[in-house]
Write a protein that binds this ligand. Structure first.
Ligand SMILES: [Zn+2]
Length: 213
């Protein structure tokens, strides 16, 4: 793929680290090396980003990994892998770093379901805005939330046929499941910078896809 000029905007090393780790799980180390070659990140093959919150991973490099997945597996296959990396981002970065620590509190548990979602999404947006140069906001509508990323690291400098920030979709789905105590929610990327929109925006239905058993 064409190399993406460096952006001068950064995300926490840990986000890059977790993404590669989740891909190693599926593709093996050699597969990830091939992916890094394709992403013009040969220097990463022997030194993955560190497992720290320092912001040293350029948006262009994180985007290149996502673009290389597309090139290697096609948009459909890449989507599955990116959703998986998004779930790992939730598990290791968000949940692992204690972002949702108050979700277990009694005061949180007795909140109405939609209030839980709103507060939980706020936690995600605040934390990811802190550990990256992305600016993430949540807007509430009557039946859905809109999660908006200004300056998105997932698709930075790329052009795609359709919305491509699937890693964010996977992270959101897994976070919502945790926040709600086990429900699945419909998360759709409705605007994407890679297709020419100004921001990347995700619509999140307030009602779960199916009632909890
Ligand atoms: Zn994006």
């Amino acid at each position: 793929m064409k190399s993406i000029p460096k952006s001068g905007h950064y995300i926490a090393n840990k986000l890059g680290y977790v993404t590669l780790l989740s891909l190693v799980d599926v593709m093996g180390k050699n597969g990830v090396n091939a992916l890094l070659n394709l992403a013009n990140l040969r220097s990463w093959t022997n030194s993955y980003p560190s497992d720290t919150l320092e912001k040293h991973v350029d948006f262009a490099d994180y985007s290149a990994i996502n673009g290389a997945l597309d090139d290697m597996y096609g948009p459909r296959g890449a989507r599955g892998l990116a959703l998986r990396s998004g779930r790992a981002t939730f598990e290791i970065v968000l949940k692992g770093m204690g972002v949702f620590h108050s979700v277990g509190d009694f005061a949180f548990k007795i909140l109405p379901a939609q209030a839980k979602l709103k507060i939980g999404l706020g936690m995600v947006a605040r934390f990811l805005s802190q550990i990256s140069d992305q600016k993430i906001t949540i807007v509430e509508k009557p039946d859905h939330f809109i999660y908006t990323i200004e300056k998105c690291s997932v698709c930075w400098g790329r052009h795609t046929e359709g919305p491509t920030c699937n890693i964010a979709v996977g992270m959101l789905q897994a976070s919502l499941k945790w926040i709600s105590g086990g429900s699945e929610f419909n998360v759709v990327e409705t605007e994407c910078v890679a297709v020419g929109d100004k921001v990347c925006a995700f619509t999140i239905d307030k009602n779960p896809l199916e009632p909890k058993p």
